[in-house]
Write a protein that binds this ligand. Structure first.
Ligand code: ADP
Ligand code: MG
Length: 691
């Protein structure tokens, strides 16, 4: 039997208790341990004299306890002064300790410690170092290789886990048996031995370049990253192939409804909108499900493209579901769709979490009976929502939904054998390389042109110390008839706190701008109240709208031409770009003021700088990727969709072209290896792909 597939219980010394802990980490088979890779490394191969300690480094030291002090300033703490005869003292600080520990640490005790060196109030210190007592004359043995630190779980220490992994590594088969990428492809792409790479990352020799290892740039790590990216790529491609294999309704009639909609619009489609609309129409006319991502910068006009697709479905007597991540955004779509579709005699239904009781029941019944268009939040995915003939699913701001959610909505459409088409809209411009990996299961269309007549937003950053001047400036703008957004941001996750901050700003601005209408909108308000405020702002009855970041996506008031963003230093680039996209929608020149709280950190300074320099969503996304990494850029960190064991999309993007080539060859003629590779790296979480 294949050693890698053996259950972990087969390893010597692994009993039920340990098995349960390992299972919590998703480790069930021997090969799961081979591929459970270190998060980082610690250098315990040498002992550093106290006089040579460097702040910021993780170091191993040996010393004698000279003094112990127990304090209770804010909370109990134990302070231990350590010396080694060099004149330098290192203070160890513990905030969690038990009595036994405190009694062990007496003056005269000799300790071996490992931890990060910091500047403390009384000189160098380590907070909560790991330590062990050593005898006065005992020779202190330094480790022979760098120590890997593994991701682990409560109750399972890194050392113990490393021990089990060591046992599993003893069972590694010969190189050619371990390899799943066909030899010829390995040679073509310069891929070295997987076996050597695994052994190296688990047990780097003492002379290994720690810096390179820490950054994930060692060739052994890159070899593993390649394989992990490949497995992810294959899994997405396979999922897509499985969906493509299914049958979908052919959508699109004679285009009568679309022509009517276009004739009623006050503008002509841009060339980019026409091209993307055509790509979507061609997909919809196929008897296999479309899986298409339409990306376009804020304001590029994705909504009308979505509406045209919806009309193709309606014309073919199929239903459309449109889903957005926030209620406000979903409401905006409802508003637009009703405005555009009702004149054509098409009803648009609404479903959100807050729709309850009789209203909910009535909506569900209409949808089950075949009502043409349903718009809402993720409530659309819940149990109990059944469609009669779902033909098209439109998902806006896809980056906030995970692949699994995408699939679950798709399943809503199972009517006999037919699967609905999927259109995904995103305003987060995704760098190409990233899009190819993150969305290998989707085709991508870009609306790469803004409607004519827009002037780029002028952006400046101003310290909050000059807040009064900014408010004066708003006053002047209002006097000229301009409309203004004032965006309150709080890092706090809590909606009540956010709402409260907005209320405070609202009071301040109302007082300073007497005579002008100042409105307030936040996520705690009821949909009707929010809509009333938005309508008043749209109609020009309010000069200023104080808002939380609920207005981040989708809000569209072309006459608003000035935006102030408070605490802008706390926001990421993608979010700043989304917010700023709320202005600059009309023909008039627009401005954005980024208020910040000094002093600015390096990262915040760079972000504000980028915002001042460009309004190009793609450049901003590239920069964002550089500064923050792909999990944040795609907003999928929570879903775990893009969490890798060793690969890092930003760092390893250069591997992607080869990953795609190797992937194509493997899908073409190496089915069995493909399955095993996915199973190896993605394991259980890949199973939903078969759903
Ligand atoms: P987004 O791509 O950000 O979702 P929207 O679909 O909300 O953009 O469109 C932004 C604004 O541009 C809306 O007011 C919309 O009516 C308008 N718009 C869309 N297409 C065009 C066009 N071709 N010419 C002029 N205005 C347009
Ligand atoms: Mg939009």
């Amino acid at each position: 039997m294949d050693a890698g597939n053996a259950p972990l219980g087969a390893l010597p010394g692994v009993g039920p208790a340990l098995l349960a802990l390992l299972a919590r980490l998703g480790l069930e088979r021997v090969q799961d341990l081979w591929f459970h890779l270190p998060l980082r490394y610690e250098d315990k191969t040498r002992v550093t004299p106290l006089a040579e300690l460097r702040v910021g480094e993780r170091e191993q030291v040996v010393g004698i306890v000279e003094e112990v002090e127990r304090g209770f300033r804010h909370r109990p703490q134990l302070k231990v002064a350590l010396g080694d005869g060099s004149g330098q003292t290192l203070r160890l600080r513990f905030f969690h300790f038990n009595r036994a520990q405190a009694e062990q640490l007496r003056p005269g005790t000799r300790l071996l410690c490992f931890g990060e060196v910091r500047h403390g109030a009384q000189g160098l210190e380590m907070v909560h170092p790991s330590y062990q007592r050593v005898g006065a004359d005992e020779a202190v043995a330094a480790d022979e290789s760098l120590s890997p630190v593994y991701p682990t779980t409560e109750g399972l220490g890194s050392k113990r886990l490393a021990g089990v992994i060591g046992k599993a590594l003893a069972l590694l088969p010969a190189a050619e048996q371990l390899e799943l990428i066909p030899l010829q492809l390995c040679v073509e792409h310069g891929l070295t031995s997987l076996r050597d790479a695994l052994l190296y990352v688990h047990r780097p020799p003492p002379q290994a370049n720690l810096e390179q290892l820490m950054r994930g740039l060692h060739p052994a790590q890159q070899r593993l990253a390649f394989e992990e990216l490949l497995s992810r790529h294959l899994s997405l491609k396979r999922m897509r192939a499985a969906v493509r294999h299914r049958r979908a309704p052919v959508l699109g009639g004679d285009g009568r409804l679309q022509r009517q909609l276009l004739a009623g619009l006050p503008f002509r489609l841009t060339a980019a909108q026409q091209r993307v609309g055509g790509e979507v129409a061609r997909d919809l006319a196929q008897p296999h499900p479309m899986l298409r991502l339409v990306q376009g910068d804020v304001g590029s006009g994705k909504t009308v493209v979505a509406a045209l697709a919806a009309l193709a479905a309606v014309e073919s007597r199929h239903q459309v579901a449109l889903m957005a991540p926030t209620e406000l955004l979903a409401e905006q779509h409802l508003h637009n769709f009703r405005r555009w579709l009702q004149p054509l005699g098409i009803e648009v239904d609404w479903l959100a979490g807050k729709v309850a009781g009789k209203a909910r029941q009535a909506t569900l019944e209409r949808v089950a009976a075949g009502a043409p268009v349903l718009i809402g939040t993720h409530a659309l995915m819940q149990e109990g929502v059944t469609f009669a003939r779902l033909g098209l699913v439109i998902v806006d701001e896809q980056h906030r939904f995970g692949v699994q959610q995408r699939l679950s909505l798709r399943d809503k459409g199972r009517d006999g054998e037919l699967v609905p088409h999927q259109l995904v809209l995103t305003a987060t411009p995704i760098p190409r390389t990233l899009a190819m990996s993150a969305y290998a299961d989707l085709d991508v269309s870009s609306i790469d042109e803004l409607p004519p007549g827009r002037t780029p937003v002028q952006t400046i950053a101003i310290s909050n110390a000059r807040r009064v001047e900014v408010i004066e400036r708003i006053h002047a703008a209002c006097a000229e008839g301009r409309q203004v957004y004032w965006v309150c941001t709080l890092i706090e996750e809590s909606e009540p706190l956010r709402a409260q901050a907005a209320e405070v700003a609202h009071a301040e601005l109302s007082a300073a701008l007497a005579g002008f209408g100042v409105g307030l909108i936040h996520g705690r308000m009821r949909p009707k109240e929010k809509q009333a405020v938005m309508d008043a702002f749209k109609a020009g009855q309010l000069a200023v709208l104080v808002a939380t970041t609920v207005i981040e996506v989708g809000v569209d008031v072309p006459n608003a031409s000035l935006m102030v963003i408070e605490n802008s230093e706390r926001l990421g680039l993608a979010q700043l770009h989304q917010l700023r996209g709320r202005v600059g929608r009309g023909a008039q020149a627009s401005n954005c003021v980024l208020l910040y709280q000094p002093p600015l950190g390096q990262l915040a300074r760079e972000r504000l700088q980028v915002m001042r320099e460009t309004t190009d969503g793609f450049r901003i996304a590239e920069k964002d990727l550089q500064l923050r990494g792909p999990g944040e850029v795609l907003g999928t960190r929570q879903t775990g969709q893009l969490s890798f064991r060793i690969a890092d999309l930003a760092r390893d993007a250069h591997l992607l072209p080869a990953v795609q080539k190797v992937g194509a060859c493997m899908l073409d003629g190496h089915q069995a290896q493909t399955e095993r590779l996915i199973e190896r790296w993605i394991g259980g979480s890949a199973r939903y792909a078969h759903a």
